[in-house]
Design a protein. Structure first.
Length: 257
């Protein structure tokens, strides 16, 4: 199997499986979903941190690129993802008090459903770029990156499906659209293949940007949500699951070699 075929297989499997598992979650009762999602988010946080700090950044630094340049790429990536998220939030809520937008506003719910599809498509294209960049550096690194993307995609896909259903879509239509959008990662993989394969000297910086993406999602998006519950039992569970996520991605990287 060619490298491009392997990359496309990884991105397609990652996107489709995460969307299907999220669809399975939506079949559960609301209480059951609420019970399962927090542990899943904790594990995803650890998987992202592990992939960024134990796999992507070490490979970027070992490639021969200067640590200073890698640091600039990492910082630039974090700033870029902050700006992208800010733009999505601004587009979604372009008045001062967006908390006032209640669930009764049907037109706004439908607009939110449309926006989440476009936003998720763009996000998945970036995921495809990250997987391809990692795979071009080292196939084993590509596998680790795919595992980390897969781990954090599931809770995101569950949230996306909830928004689509709230926007008035049927379960079947929401699931099919979510799967189709998830497969947009293949487009990102193809773009990265033809651009990065011709410019291998840029791969270490692409890996640094991939690490920036994982770190930003973990630290800016997932961890603040975990802090909403501060009781001792939940906090210990969160720490254990984050550590498990780091351990799984670390072991995946080691065994892949």
């Amino acid at each position: 199997m060619s490298s491009l075929a392997s990359i496309l297989l990884l991105t397609a499997a990652c996107g489709a499986l995460s969307a299907l598992i999220a669809g399975g979650f939506m079949l559960l009762s609301s209480a059951r979903r609420n019970a399962l999602l927090p542990p899943l988010v904790s594990f995803a946080t650890g998987a992202l941190l592990g992939a960024a700090l134990l796999a992507l950044l070490p490979h970027a630094l070992e490639s021969g690129a200067g640590a200073h340049g890698i640091g600039i790429a990492l910082a630039g990536g974090i700033i870029a993802f902050f700006v992208l998220e800010k733009m999505v939030l601004w587009r979604h809520c372009h008045v001062d008090h967006c908390e006032a937008h209640g669930p009764q506003d049907h037109h706004r719910d439908r607009a939110s459903a449309t926006l989440i599809l476009w936003g998720d498509a763009f996000h998945n294209i970036l995921d495809g770029v990250l997987i391809a960049a990692a795979f071009l550096t080292n196939p084993h690194l590509g596998i680790v990156t795919t595992v980390a993307v897969f781990a954090h995609e599931i809770p995101q896909e569950v949230g996306d499906l909830a928004i689509l259903l709230n926007g008035g879509m049927s379960r079947s239509r929401a699931l099919l659209l979510n799967i189709a959008v998830s497969l947009s990662s293949m487009a990102g993989a193809v773009i990265a293949w033809f651009l990065l394969a011709q410019a291998l000297e840029w791969l270490p910086y692409a890996l640094a940007i991939a690490a920036a993406s994982f770190l930003y999602v973990a630290v800016a998006d997932l961890i603040p949500g975990l802090h909403r519950r501060v009781d001792a039992r939940t906090s210990l569970q969160q720490v254990a699951l984050i550590a498990l996520g780091v351990l799984v991605t670390g072991l995946t990287h080691e065994f892949a070699h």
